[in-house]
Write a protein that binds this ligand. Structure first.
Ligand SMILES: Nc1ncnc2c1ncn2[C@@H]1O[C@H](COP(=O)(O)OP(=O)(O)OP(=O)(O)O)[C@@H](O)[C@H]1O
Ligand SMILES: [Mg+2]
Length: 896
């Protein structure tokens, strides 16, 4: 099956058995504590010693380790591990889950954990974090925990391993390589959706994905090789202009991006394209304490000393500018070096010297606009000195200083055919100045992205498919949540909807294949919340746009309209109960978020004063002129999509309407591709290595939809088996079902004989799908049964082995004794033979001597009678020699 419970599962005694409804059903049958049988067998032993461990939560999101001392259906007696304190608690009033056995806690895929719930997922993530594992799976989601330190898992050799499918450990390289493989095999577009909170590692993950995608084709030639390096070089450029130091991340991306990497039929890279979303314009004019403006301002200012062209554009030390002097440095950032890198990257992405000059002129114009000195006269009207900053802005933008001064400090009012000039208040003039800075910078950013895209287009290439990467802000909830959070959370709600639909679609396909009836309520759906935001005519966006075009439409009017609408009052995701004078609350899938209404209308309109737009469009500088070509203004109250004023012929569209359209096309692209999900997790709020904050991690798991995904899995039928596999695995606990016929019929017989409730399983054509708790229980029964059998088996095997051993020993002894016997017989035979040989030799010698003597005697008798003395002597020699031979014979016998 796709998802299976692990071999032996810890059945939470109270929970599982307490929920048994039917008399004699499976849950009641196995009503004993786990680990009692077969306690010495493998995993059962593990469970028996850990069976009472659990997690308890007295406060949302905080889980403590505990031991279950006693449990009943309503009551629990728990011993808190850390304090040793014993507590009696009511089940309903606390969060409680049994803990997974430690042997499986650091599983690569959390969906294989026996207990699938928040504390167990969190704990496994923590265990893996401390084991140095950056990546884990939760079914289709890859979870990446930012290590906040260099780790040695991104070398080229590792990349090669994943490309060659030699490693299956969870890794971003593995996910990207799989996306490419899927692209080649299915010929269907793929997308990698990366989300997470600020500082969780989305942008780093995106770069790793691009690293893989630009390395997949080893035979790439000239043009595509250069596109590959250009794709990688877009990072320093986009980061310089779109990233900034924040309290949460020294290199925080202040925009969302969607990168399409194009491929031709053969899988060769054929260009790329980038789309960006919601650049944080407000950062240009204001940063919180300890945060910086966009990197490029500091890079250009700090490098002005080394580059004359920067000085010529009026750039100087960052301390000299209002917009940059708040915070000058960012950790781990060398602005001068980064400037060189940005400039080089700009050069490679085909920004010629003139374009680069234009870019830095815009950067300088923004900074000098920030320094414009707006004062107030006695009548309360705004004033502005024509100082060096105004002159610098005017010269950079190709305008007259007076024109800028009038456009910022005054307003033309048309009454019939007359045009009157009305001075603005200081506050309005400052707003107008800041709006100019924001517009200038966002236009510059759009210009850069547009030209990057021109460079990344490969002429003549046949684009047939693409792999896309989405690096987008995750769900956000702060103390104060503004229009930006509203847009971000709306995007995340849409992405979550896609995620749910994707999983639902997979399920539906499986159900259809298996011929199982689909129960819609089995699946989680957040479309109601999306409707609340984008509902035609009544949703929050529609009301917002409506209020924005009303002459007296302001934030208060918006809040009144929202809270008084009947659809809102009864909407499950619009929290009327939490209504306050300045906020409205949305219950998002990841939690409820109160939004502060202040500035919603202003930020949604995001318009420049009509006089300013007209002025900018009259610029002598072609570059700035073209930047503001399509700028709408606040000249006439207009309906979204209608022609706006100022620049005259431009269709006005509010920020939320634009974002809705952008998001719509993004979702279309995502829906048309096969998705791969990455959820990045920031383990702590201090950018520190080796620090894991439980509550922070658990919030992100919730916001990233991981807990929701797990819940979906739990609520559907996560344990899946082919019929024969099911029979093979579990027939031992109901052997009577084996004779029932084919595997499907056997499955039916098995579930019937175990009295499993019909709601707890679905029987398909080839598979059986079951609730996890049912399988948990069956696994336990199986482990118990097999445990008992294993003991018998072990006893017999040990008996058999012991007998074999004894027999072997006896054999050996017998062989030893045989050997000794054989040796002694052999030696005896040898000795005897030798003795006989020697005896024969002696006899022979004696005989020979006797013959010689006889001969001598005969000779002597013949020679003379005086030889009698000599004969006596010879006889003595013969006697000595015989004694010596006998002596030698005796020695030989001894040595043997
Ligand atoms: N896999 C990793 N290995 C080592 N360090 C990492 C890894 N991922 C992230 N980091 C560190 O964390 C920092 C923040 O990561 P990153 O900029 O990718 O976060 P982000 O999710 O894009 O945040 P934001 O939403 O603010 O843009 C990086 O600058 C880097 O120092
Ligand atoms: Mg980022």
């Amino acid at each position: 099956g796709r998802l299976r419970a692990s071999e032996a599962t810890p059945p939470p005694p109270g929970v599982l058995f307490g929920t048994a409804k039917e008399e004699g059903n499976l849950l009641r049958v196995s009503g004993e504590r786990r680990g009692e049988a077969g306690a010495d067998v493998g995993s059962m032993a593990l469970y028996s010693s850990e069976s009472s461990r659990a997690w308890v939560s007295f406060k949302d999101g905080i889980w403590e380790e505990c031991d279950v001392v006693n449990s009943s259906e309503q009551q629990l007696t728990l011993r808190i591990t850390q304090t040793g304190e014993q507590k009696n608690v009511e089940r309903k009033k606390i969060g409680f889950h049994y803990r997974n056995p430690s042997a499986v806690e650091n599983a690569d895929d959390f969906l294989t954990l026996p207990n699938l719930d928040e504390p167990n997922i969190l704990h496994s993530l923590r265990v893996r974090y401390w084991a140095g594992e950056v990546y884990s799976h939760t079914g289709p989601i890859l979870i990446a925990v930012n290590p906040w330190k260099a780790v040695t898992i991104y070398e080229q050799t590792v990349l090669e391993q994943y490309k060659a499918q030699k490693s299956t450990k969870p890794h971003i390289f593995g996910l990207a390589a799989k996306a490419f493989r899927d692209l080649m095999s299915s010929r269907k577009n793929q997308c990698i959706l990366i989300s997470g909170e600020s500082g969780s590692g989305k942008t780093e993950s995106t770069k790793f994905v691009l690293q893989v995608l630009t390395a997949v084709d080893e035979n790439k030639t000239g043009a595509s090789a250069s596109i590959c390096s250009q794709v990688m070089l877009t990072n320093p450029v986009l980061e310089a202009f779109g990233n900034a130091k924040t309290l949460r991340n020294d290199n925080s991306s202040r925009f969302g991006k969607w990168i399409n990497v194009h491929f031709d039929r053969k899988g060769t890279i054929a260009g790329a394209e980038i789309k960006t979303y919601l650049l944080e314009k407000a950062r240009v004019i204001h940063q919180s304490a300890g945060e910086r403006n966009y990197h490029i301002f500091y890079q250009a200012c700090q490098s002005a000393g080394q580059h004359k062209f920067l000085q010529d554009l009026g750039l100087e030390d960052a301390t000299q500018f209002e917009y940059t002097k708040v915070c000058l440095h960012a950790n781990n950032t060398d602005d001068v070096k980064s400037f060189e890198r940005t400039k080089q990257a700009l050069h490679f992405i085909k920004f010629d010297q003139q374009s680069q000059t234009n870019i830095f002129a815009a950067v300088s114009a923004v900074l000098h606009t920030g320094n414009l000195n707006i004062g107030e006269d006695r009548e309360g009207n705004s004033t502005m000195e024509i100082d060096k900053h105004l002159q610098q802005v005017a010269s950079l933008l190709g305008l007259a200083p007076e024109g800028i001064k009038t456009a910022i400090c005054c307003r033309n009012i048309t009454a019939g055919t007359d045009v009157m000039v009305k001075p603005e208040t200081k506050e309005k003039a400052i707003q107008c100045k800041d709006a100019l800075s924001k517009a200038l910078y966002s236009k510059l950013f759009d210009y850069i992205v547009k030209n990057v895209n021109v460079a990344l287009r490969l002429k003549g290439a046949q684009v047939t498919m693409q792999v896309s990467v989405l690096d987008i802000f995750g769900f956000e909830v702060f103390q104060q949540n503004h229009f930006e959070q509203f847009c971000i959370n709306y995007a995340n709600e849409k992405l979550q909807l896609h995620f749910n639909h994707y999983n639902f679609m997979l399920e539906r396909q499986l159900y259809q294949r298996e011929g199982i009836e689909l129960v819609e309520s089995d699946f989680v759906d957040n479309s109601a919340c999306v409707d609340l935001i984008e509902g035609k005519g009544w949703g929050i966006q529609a009301v917002l746009d409506d209020v924005c075009i009303m002459p007296k439409g302001d934030d208060q009017a918006l809040l009144d309209r929202l809270t008084s609408a009947p659809q809102m009052k009864t909407h499950a995701h619009f929290d009327s109960a939490k209504r306050r004078s300045d906020t409205f609350t949305i219950n998002h899938y990841a939690g409820s978020v109160p939004y502060t209404i202040k500035d919603f209308c202003e930020k949604n309109k995001d318009l420049l004063a009509a006089d300013l737009v007209t002025l900018l469009q009259s610029s002598k500088n072609k570059f700035f002129n073209s930047l503001f070509e399509n700028q709408a203004s606040d000249a006439t109250p207009s309906k979204p999509g209608r022609k706006g004023g100022g620049g005259g012929s431009v269709a006005y569209k509010s920020v939320s309407a634009t974002f809705k359209t952008d998001l719509g096309s993004l979702m279309d692209a995502i829906n048309a591709a096969d998705p791969h999900f990455v959820r990045c997790v920031n383990p702590n709020g201090n950018k520190k290595a080796n620090c894991f904050e439980d509550q922070k991690a658990v919030e992100q798991l919730r916001c990233g939809g991981v807990i929701e995904a797990v819940r979906m899995c739990r609520e559907s039928y996560p344990s899946r088996y082919q019929h024969s596999e099911f029979v093979g695995t579990f027939s031992c606990i109901c052997p009577q079902a084996i004779g029932a016929g084919d595997p499907r019929q056997q499955c039916v017989a098995m579930v019937n004989s175990m009295k499993i409730d019909a709601k707890q399983y679905r029987l398909g054509k080839t598979m059986i799908l079951l609730k996890r708790e049912v399988v948990d229980n069956m696994e336990r029964m199986r482990a118990k049964l097999l445990g008992g059998r294993a003991v018998t088996l072990q006893t017999s095997v040990r008996n058999f082995l012991a007998k074999m051993e004894l027999r072997k020993k006896r054999d050996t002894r017998r062989k030893y004794l045989g050997c000794v016997h054989l040796q002694s017989s052999f030696r005896r035979t040898l000795t005897r033979a030798k003795y006989v040989r020697m005896l024969q030799a002696v006899r022979m010698q004696e005989r020979r001597k006797e013959e010689e003597e006889a001969k001598k005697r005969a000779d002597a008798a013949a020679a003379a009678g005086g030889a009698a003395q000599k004969q006596a002597a010879d006889s003595q020699v013969a006697q000595d020699s015989r004694a010596a031979v006998l002596q030698g014979l005796g020695d030989d016998d001894d040595s043997e």
